[in-house]
Ligand binder design. Structure first.
Ligand code: TRP
Length: 325
């Protein structure tokens, strides 16, 4: 996809799991590494602030997101990799974009609406959460990005960014801001350990960087019925579906269905398969987390480049508005 600028951000709010990897992280790395021009990949630490108030946690999770991208192969020689908070131009642009964003557009944002429905009012919604989509639009528009790889849950946010850019350009009758398009590689989500969609809020995740022991413990708790090892098993069971998802040996799976293997044994094999897959990435991640100054170096180098791009955009925007000559 030549001539298209790729951009994406990930919020440092928790322990990354396989659902994040499949939905957002791997598609973004793939797109970034394939692109002819530098991609913009960043850690959205200001976006995390509407919920995260623990500074040590935020600092640590910021490194964790960075180490995740690096461990899974983001090429930092090709991509521009940075912390959102290192780019003040993004916040300046956010303030300006406020004036082109109708309140009604924010009222329709899914995350805000969900709280409003839950609480019956929005008294406890902080303005960081309410204006989250404007900050996200500034992330995207500051870098004049064309393609934004995201998980399915972020589609609306990219549409909002496009709306804001479009109203801005129409108002001034000039193509000042590039209209971004979302890129959603998978329309489905990965299944969690309880059969529902894998999500932190369901507590059914396989964490990328948990220990092998903890991963195994969680997998051993996958719900099963009371069939005996010698009973024939259903291909509809959660355990079987997960075994398939992780490409457990085909003959072993057939044997399991035919009544040659019990649930406990199958879970052990699944745990081993998952741990085998994750082992090299975990090693790389742990090595990086021991060497945070290396991560800082990458992010600082990225910030210099990202700031250069964002300043250019900001200059154009300010000229358009009549703030500078
Ligand atoms: N809102 C995104 C999420 O929760 C993170 C994000 C912030 C982002 N800014 C972005 C994603 C800009 C893509 C582009 O996952």
């Amino acid at each position: 996809m030549s001539g298209k600028r790729i951009l994406t951000g990930v919020k440092p709010t928790g322990n990354p799991h396989l659902g994040n990897l499949y939905g957002a992280i791997l598609p973004a790395i793939k797109k970034a590494n394939e692109s002819d021009e530098p991609s913009y990949i960043f850690i959205a630490n200001i976006h995390a602030l509407n919920g995260v108030k623990d500074p040590d946690f935020l600092r640590d999770r910021t490194y964790a997101v960075a180490a995740t991208f690096l461990a899974f192969g983001l090429d930092v020689n090709k991509s521009i990799f940075y912390r959102q908070s290192d780019i003040p131009e993004i916040f300046e642009l956010t303030s300006l974009l406020m004036n082109y964003t109708p309140k009604g557009l924010m009222n329709r944002a899914h995350a805000y609406k969900a709280i409003l429905e839950r609480d019956g009012n929005d008294d406890n919604v902080n303005m960081g959460l309410y204006t989250y989509p404007i900050l996200m639009a500034a992330d995207i528009l500051a870098m004049q990005s064309n393609i934004v790889p995201v998980g399915l849950d972020q589609k609306q946010h990219i549409e909002i960014a496009r709306d804001i850019a479009n109203s801005f350009n129409s108002m001034y009758k000039k193509e000042v801001l590039t209209l971004p398009m979302e890129f959603i590689e998978h329309q489905d989500s990965i299944m969690g350990l309880d059969g529902r969609k894998m999500s932190k809020s369901y507590g059914n995740t396989i964490e990328l960087f948990a220990t092998e022991e903890d991963t195994k413990k969680k997998i051993m708790k996958i719900p099963t019925d009371s069939l005996l090892p010698s009973d024939k098993k259903s291909e509809d069971s959660i355990l079987y579906k997960l075994m398939k998802m992780f490409n457990v040996d085909a003959e072993y799976m057939k044997n399991f269905i035919d009544g040659g293997i019990g649930y406990g044994d199958a879970k052990k094999v699944l745990a081993e398969t998952v741990n085998n897959y994750l082992r090299p990435y975990r090693a790389k991640y742990n090595e990086l987390m021991q060497n945070k100054s290396q991560i800082d170096e990458y992010l600082s180098a990225g910030a210099i480049k990202a700031r250069a791009t964002a300043s250019e955009t900001l200059k154009k925007v300010k000229q358009t508005l009549g703030l500078i000559g």
